[in-house]
Design a protein. Sequence first.
Length: 221
Amino acid sequence: MQAGKVIGNAWELYKAHWRHLLPVALVVYVLVSLLSLLLAVLLGWVGVAAGILIAIAGIFWLQGALVVAVDDIRDGRADLSLSDTLARVRPRLNTLTLAGLLAALAVGAGLFLLIVPGLVLLTFWLLIVPVIVLERAAVFRAFGRSYELVRGHFWSVFGVLVLTVLALILVGISFGILASAFDNAVVDLAVDVATQTITAPFVALAWTMTYYRLRGLKEAA
């Protein structure tokens, strides 16, 4: 598996289906943000803490919804509506939440302490969301299954991770420059929403395509 080919395939799918993927990302991201804000307003500092956890889990909710959308368009057309997509990921939200918080804690600790362990964990666990959504795996099984798929292809998967992060950085810098020209809180918020909406589908495409490539290789072997 070559990282460059996976990214290229993800980009082609993104260009072909962005009209279907972006609304999914926008709706989920806005809902998660509103929930975090509501908790902060109603519960004070307790709500802020809960909002942080919701925001972390929301990353995995967003990716879960997009994995469903990506799986839907693999045949070249979008068959699921927005509501259908959200309905399919809803039963997996609890699993995504727990897996996301555990992964964030472990990877964050690894990055904080020595950086390298965090990157290793992030690479081996890159596929936990596709595994949870597409294979309906439980939390700890998802970690193990992701490791099984990545094992033997670590550097290729790490390459996919690096390339997607670089893409996120480039888009973030570009939109950051745009926001700085206005120096307005409303514009900053709008730019943040736009950045997340545009980049999240590409990440989901790249990582879900990695999942399918590795699963195909394992099944062939």
